[in-house]
Design a protein around this ligand. Sequence first.
Ligand code: DC
Length: 236
Amino acid sequence: MPEHPITIAIDGYSSTGKSTMAKWLAAQVGYAYIDSGAMYRAVTLYCLDNNIIQGPDIDEALLAERLNEIEIRFVAGGDGRSHTWLNGRDVESEIRSMRVSDRVSEIAALGFVRRAMVAQQQAMGRGKGVVMDGRDIGTVVFPDAEMKVFVTADAEVRARRRYDELRAKGDTSVRFEDVLRNVTERDRIDSTRAESPLRQAEDAVVLDNSHMTIEQQNRWLIDLFRQRLEQAEASA
Ligand code: DC
């Protein structure tokens, strides 16, 4: 790692491929990758499995009481990827299901949940040299991050990517219309919630990857990283 590692915040709409790019960049530059959305997903899974979410209702009082019993960790899996663990169990695949995707925005809109997650995310990034992706990383979690990217793409393109991903994983019952509805509904809830809504930080650079190949995107990212690292070294 260079002498002055920087902090990299990648925010943006759902299913824009933020985590793919964040993971790739982290591996390229030898930084740690942290998926903040996985933490909100793990809390949601806990709520679904512990009767905190019942039908359309969320028992916020019960969640507040149980929040410090929810332990989330990132553990390297046998496949070399980082897996999300919830209370001692690998839940990496379960947290990506539609069951969780359908309710996660409601859980992520709760102020007390956000405060607890943000505190953990800030602790994980204390030493810099991290790439974190999410919705509020450049605005709330690391407002001083040296590199901030805000990713966007057409909703249809995003839904198609997510749909293909779910089908590739063997989910044959998933329907494109449902995925598209989920993507646009999550955008709506994430951008209009009162607590840390999704918005572009003033000093973030916008990346619209609707019509970009992975190679073009990766080149764009590494170029920006080099610029930001040079700036950080120059001002250190
Ligand atoms: O990135 P993702 O789709 O896995 O995120 C899941 C949900 O969590 C998403 O609907 C918004 C929310 N989220 C958030 O509010 N803040 C973050 N830093 C990351 C995710």
